[in-house]
Design a protein around this ligand. Sequence first.
Ligand SMILES: Nc1ncnc2c1ncn2[C@@H]1O[C@H](COP(=O)(O)OP(=O)(O)O)[C@@H](O)[C@H]1O
Ligand SMILES: [Mg+2]
Length: 273
Amino acid sequence: MSARVRALSLAPDPEPTEPAAARAAAKPMLKFEKVGFDYDERTILRDVSFAIRPGELVALLGPSGCGKTTILNLAAGFIRATDGVAFVDDQEITGPGPDRGVVFQAAALFDWMTVADNISFSLRCAGKGAKERRQVAEDMAALVGLSGVEDLYPYQLSGGMRQRVGLARVLAAKPKVMLMDEPFSALDVQTREVLQEEVLRIRDRTGCTILFVTHSIDEAVFLGDRIFLLTDLKQGQFDEFQVELPSPRANGDNRLDASFIKLRETIYRKMRH
Ligand SMILES: Nc1ncnc2c1ncn2[C@@H]1O[C@H](COP(=O)(O)OP(=O)(O)O)[C@@H](O)[C@H]1O
Ligand SMILES: [Mg+2]
């Protein structure tokens, strides 16, 4: 029986009521319905549909030029769909908003501001006082593993630390959804792997929904609850993989797990054919 019928019925409801939490969890946080996008006359996407649950991490995987950033830009509201509709938390996406935070490949930090001021920048824009800004900066620095460097300037940080500041700055605005576009691809392998684990810990602590764009199969398998392998977005086609890895997910040893290796091979073969 649908919720609508039940609401109209005067008879006692014979079915157990679904718990509110389960209902909320079933509602997608990010949804595309037959979304299309053209640059001038050129079709980039057509009929792209998917739904991402609250707290889920979906990796968008595909070769350069396949449309990953276009999907992320549509979700961010930087560009508008030519056809179809994109939703965040049931609201149609018509532009950027504080419910969505975007992390790019290079953290565009303000070089003249300290780490703390960079992290709490959105609070300053919202007119929050110095004490609250400092507290949030310290909390977010701790969340991304940066405690103790709040008073340094960006030029005093390594590339990995700069990306952590970029992540903390986005998290300070408490977004429902984080949109990450190849955020670690300019970093060395070790730093990248540490930050991947950090992303999973942050997701667990904040419950944030994450759309993570990458062209690395390993990164997609390590991070994703699901992977969308973008094959032909002009026809709305992509392959979906469910990732089954041991919990907790934020464990580097998962890279050695048999299911990790198997899924990596499956996706590799799929990408080659
Ligand atoms: N501003 C733009 N104007 C015209 N075409 C664009 C623009 N940005 C991207 N494209 C084209 O859209 C396609 C998808 O690009 P993009 O989403 O950036 O791919 P990816 O992130 O997977 O590398 C590419 O063919 C690219 O050339
Ligand atoms: Mg891109």
